[in-house]
Write a protein that binds this ligand. Structure first.
Ligand code: ADP
Ligand code: MG
Length: 250
């Protein structure tokens, strides 16, 4: 098992967005988190990647307690994630977005820039090389010099994947990767996720497109009102009464 949460809880004032969630994410599998809007899915990701401190509960990554670590420390351990495409710099190139994202995620910031100047050039070159490598992996080599504002929504999704992959993660958390793209493009992204798993990268995604989830997920975890209400294989979930009710009854 790669990631394990126990009693994971996050309250925002009076609202409990994630409520006592015990979840396990298996190594080298695709795990999907589903649930109605506001179920706490993105908050669950934000907790694991260290954006919010949990109110209660623990998070372990490869057996190490990461509950209290900061975002960049968690990223350095091998946990990557995508944000919505609105986090991309529209007026920069695809390549520069990957390079900038790489820096933001791996450096503790100014301290490094001031005190490690000797190393900077070599790091810069390595960073560029990595960016080219991940852009090729996601199929964007040809577009690396285009401005993000000029590329399709699907290419933006792939750019977001490249950003997450640039830090050589062991696991990537993908928040609604197929939102706003057509069925054919969705299939393409599903293939790319499978390719990640083939490369040894564990995938955990939040997704509303059930057809895609059902076709690629090894395991599905269902959240509703912050609570885990079901988990299992796509077949288990399809026939689960609680899940059907959560979607129909809101
Ligand atoms: P989902 O991704 O499943 O749609 P979210 O995790 O984004 O749901 O949100 C779950 C609940 O927590 C929602 O009611 C949302 O309004 C609330 N919430 C999320 N983030 C914050 C925040 N930073 N501050 C206050 N409330 C938040
Ligand atoms: Mg969300």
């Amino acid at each position: 098992m790669l990631v394990q949460t126990k009693g994971l809880t996050k309250s925002f004032g009076g609202l409990t967005a994630v409520n006592q969630v015990d979840a396990e994410i298996e190594t080298n599998k695709i795990t999907a988190i589903i649930g109605p809007n506001g179920a706490g899915k993105s908050t669950f990701f934000n907790l694991i990647s260290g954006l919010h401190p949990p109110t209660e509960g623990t998070i372990h990554f490869k057996g190490t307690d990461i509950t209290k670590l900061r975002t960049y420390e968690i990223a350095r351990l091998g946990v990557g994630r995508t944000f919505q495409t609105t986090h991309l710099f529209e007026q920069s190139t695809v390549l520069d977005n990957v390079i900038i994202g790489h820096r933001l995620r791996t450096k503790s910031g100014l301290f490094d820039s001031i005190f490690k100047t000797g190393r900077l050039e070599r790091e810069e070159a390595a960073c560029r090389e990595k960016a080219h490598e991940v852009l090729e992996f996601v199929g964007l080599s040809e577009m690396s010099h285009r401005l993000v504002s000029d590329i399709s929504q699907e290419a933006k999704k792939r750019t977001a994947f490249a950003l997450a992959l640039a830090t050589d993660p062991e696991i990537v958390f993908l928040d609604e990767p197929a939102a706003g793209i057509n069925p054919e493009e969705t299939d393409g992204l599903a293939e790319l996720m499978k390719k990640m798993v083939d490369k040894g990268i564990t995938v955990c995604l939040i997704e509303h497109k059930m057809k895609m989830v059902m076709s690629i997920a090894d395991k599905i975890i269902v959240l509703n009102h912050g609570k885990k209400i079901a988990e299992g294989t796509p077949d288990d979930i399809k026939n689960n009464e609680l899940v059907i009710q959560a979607y129909l009854g809101g």
